[in-house]
Write a protein that binds this ligand. Structure first.
Ligand code: NDP
Ligand code: 2IT
Length: 451
């Protein structure tokens, strides 16, 4: 980076930090993007004059609201709900809803900010947004989750709509929660529209939406590997998480001939040296999605596997790592362990799972490394396809959706190569994704005047 870009980033970040005190995840996400785009801004100074960067980090609207609900014993609880409507330059706000005890404004803003560039990369007409609550579905009954979702939607419904803001799932929000949220939305608004995505197949959902994030991440990894003449065949894959993204990343990696040896949750990870197979995968699906159990139960069922409480899987030797749990789950020491273990490719299924120090380790070692906003975009892209199907009141086949998903992931890869290839030929996917995602949003904002 030249002197101008360096100065620009430091001044810009000083303002962002002063204006958004304590929002460390948001600062982290903004710093990464502004570092990537500063040289581009220097080359196109009209974007500096238009203060595009200053506008892009300021959400168009932040909604925070009380969510009171009653548990099965009659005790009253109060959680906080959020919707960050970040940027609508390219389309209606679009992005998931996260229910997790750790949710706060910083996490909502970082996710909405990332979503803006991710959605731009998909090439579909979607702006960026994110929502959620510090409600933890863990240990709650179905009835409690339903009452919470109904209370949450009772406020949220006045801020969303099929042409305004279209939420979907994220951590802690899957098919069950989308069902409860959609039911309450429909009841209050008396309209049947595609205002939420990730819906059930019988009531407006798209085939392959549940699979899309994990499958898309594998399609993206295939493109990355192909730049080195490699494939998934015979590779050992380490995956974190055991939720929606991890489940389908594992399934696709297996079907492409890889051996998936780990899964995890926030309590620990399992290592299965023989790798998952179809039967073990079906056990995980039932464990997580029906019984809502913990991944440690895998060890009791398959004694060849070992459970490591309180640890993350990154010390396990592998060829490919796919973090699919949460933000900042790979730190510098984890990254060093992966590099030392011979890992050649890190493809993010989660949002911002790798700390900046860990990214520096991967890039210094010239690993194939892709940021979530590029490699996990298959989920929101397929949400975009669900919106299209809802609008034209049609349903596409799985093959049709899959071919769109394949093309979109491959186009995102091509955009990363175009904007991220460095002089020595190394593909800097962080820079590529940030610049490619930014250009469209910035130009749209420039075209649309001072709003
Ligand atoms: P799920 O709720 O289905 O699964 C989340 C998994 O990650 C669980 O195994 C969970 O374990 C684990 N996890 C959650 N929080 C933490 C934490 N603080 N520390 C360690 N492990 C944790 O969520 P998804 O699979 O949908 O989402 C996973 C990631 O992928 C998130 O970063 C999300 O933003 C991202 N993503 C999701 C998309 C989607 O379509 N669903 C699209 C694009 C990105 P536990 O049960 O212990 O909490
Ligand atoms: O982070 C993400 O891209 C998601 N959670 C999916 C969002 C969506 O609208 O499908």
């Amino acid at each position: 980076m030249d002197k101008f870009a360096q100065n620009y980033v430091e001044h810009f970040m000083a303002d962002v930090v002063a204006k958004n005190p304590g929002e460390k995840e948001f600062h982290q996400a903004v710093r990464e993007v502004v570092t990537s785009v500063a040289p581009y801004l220097e080359a196109y100074p009209h974007l500096l004059d238009l203060k595009i960067m200053e506008r892009i980090v300021e959400p168009e609207r932040v909604i925070m609201f009380r969510v009171p609900w009653c548990d099965d014993r009659g005790e009253i609880h109060v959680n906080r709900g959020y919707r960050v409507q970040m940027n609508s330059a390219l389309g209606p706000y679009k992005g998931g809803i996260r229910f997790h005890a750790s949710v706060n404004l910083s996490i909502m803003k970082f996710l909405a900010f990332e979503q803006t560039f991710k959605n731009s990369l998909t090439t579909l007409p979607m702006g960026g947004g994110k929502g959620g609550s510090d409600f933890s579905p863990r240990g709650k009954s179905d009835a409690e989750v339903m009452r919470f979702c109904q209370s949450f939607m009772t406020e949220l419904q006045r801020h969303i709509g099929q042409d305004t803001d279209v939420p979907a799932g994220d951590i802690g929000v899957g098919g069950r929660e989308i069902g409860f949220l959609f039911g309450q939305y429909k009841r209050l608004r008396d309209e049947w529209t595609g205002t939420l995505t990730g819906k059930g197949l019988a009531w407006g959902g798209s085939l392959l939406r549940p699979e899309a994030t994990g499958y898309g991440a594998c399609y993206f990894a295939q493109e990355m590997l192909a730049t080195k003449g490699e494939t998934f065949e015979g590779k050992t894959v380490v995956i974190s998480g055991a939720g929606n993204v991890a489940q389908y990343a594992a399934k696709k990696a297996m079907s492409l001939g890889a051996k998936v040896v780990t899964l995890s949750d926030s309590d620990g990870y399992i290592y299965d040296p023989d790798g998952l197979d179809e039967q073990k995968w079906a056990f995980v699906m039932e464990l997580k999605n029906v019984r809502r159990g913990r991944i440690k139960e895998y060890e009791a069922k398959y004694p060849g596997a070992k459970y490591f409480p309180g640890e993350r899987p990154w010390k396990v030797k592998c060829d490919i790592a796919m973090p699919c749990a949460t933000q900042n789950e790979i730190d510098k020491a984890d990254a060093e362990a992966l590099v030392a273990g011979g890992c050649m490719c890190v493809t993010e299924g989660a949002n911002m799972p790798t700390t900046p120090e860990a990214i520096a380790v991967f890039q210094a070692a010239k690993l194939l490394y892709s940021p979530g906003k590029a490699s996990n975009a298959g989920g929101v892209a397929t949400s975009g396809l669900e919106m299209t199907q809802n609008s034209i009141r049609q349903k596409w086949t799985a093959e049709e959706v899959d071919s769109h998903l394949h093309r979109i992931m491959s186009d995102i890869h091509a955009a990363c190569v175009k904007y991220g290839t460095e002089e020595d030929g190394y593909i800097n996917y962080v820079k590529g994704a940030n610049v490619a995602g930014f250009i469209k949003v910035a130009n749209a904002m420039a075209d649309q005047g001072l709003v």
